[in-house]
Design a protein around this ligand. Structure first.
Ligand SMILES: [Zn+2]
Ligand SMILES: [Zn+2]
Length: 238
């Protein structure tokens, strides 16, 4: 009856996921007090979104820099990457709850949270789409968590036809940093509708950025003007 509980949770107000206090109408997932305790990424590279050492804050005028040692090393096809949180508790637990506990309404609400946190950092775009799974992985899992997050972000069902994952690849988590870039090569195919459009691609967790970069490459190949990528969480690069 998990689905039934999920629908009930979705329709009726719930408690803060951290302190259990009943939420106000304008609060999502957590109360405003607990919201401030979430692991926000405060200082990051404006190009690749890589979180930067917070001690740099004193040296930076705008809290951020426009490139870092990481993006200098890579050919990046996206114009900008942003992420809300570090991949840390409680955000990492929530993502697992969506992915492995099939908590669909939580996925949707995380999309709303993503919008609240990143609204000033993401430029206005023509199309917002989720990072797709391959059809094999989609069959195995039954749903795409990035689709749920994008649904919450948009407030309506996102299109799944604009970007397709045409190659089934090994899970990135099983590979080294170097292997990840090779593993996803040419894994995506974009539709012609992206020509001259600005696109936002949403994913749950970004680590090296290899997968989102390949998605951006496929979109740019079909003439996308700008490609931005946003993720709910970001694992620090080692
Ligand atoms: Zn709370
Ligand atoms: Zn960078």
């Amino acid at each position: 009856m998990k689905w039934f509980k999920n629908i009930l949770n979705f329709l009726f107000p719930e408690n803060c996921k951290i302190c259990q206090r009943p939420l106000n109408k304008n609060e999502i997932l957590v109360c405003s007090k607990c919201f401030d305790t979430l692991p926000f990424i405060k200082i990051y590279c404006l190009k690749c979104g890589n979180p930067l050492d917070e001690t740099l804050k004193d040296y930076l005028k705008n809290d951020n820099i426009s490139y870092c040692s990481y993006c200098e090393k890579r050919k990046l096809y996206f114009d900008k990457a942003v992420a809300c949180f570090f991949y840390k508790s409680p955000v990492s637990n929530w993502i697992n709850e969506v992915k492995f506990g099939k908590n669909f309404s939580l996925g949707y609400k995380l999309g709303i949270l993503l919008k609240i946190v990143l609204k000033k950092k993401i430029p206005k775009v023509d199309l917002t789409i989720p990072l797709p799974l391959s059809s094999k992985r989609l069959r195995e899992r039954g749903f795409n968590q990035s689709f749920l997050i994008t649904w919450g972000f948009l407030g309506k069902k996102p299109s799944e036809k604009i970007l397709k994952r045409i190659v089934h690849t090994k899970p990135q988590t099983e590979l080294s940093q170097k292997e990840r870039w090779k593993n996803v090569k040419n894994a995506f195919l974009a539709s012609e509708v992206v020509k001259d459009k600005s696109i936002l691609v949403i994913d749950d967790v970004m680590t090296t950025g290899a997968t989102l970069n390949e998605a951006a490459k496929a979109l740019k190949k079909k003439g996308a003007r700008k490609v931005y990528v946003a993720s709910l969480a970001r694992s620090s690069l080692t």
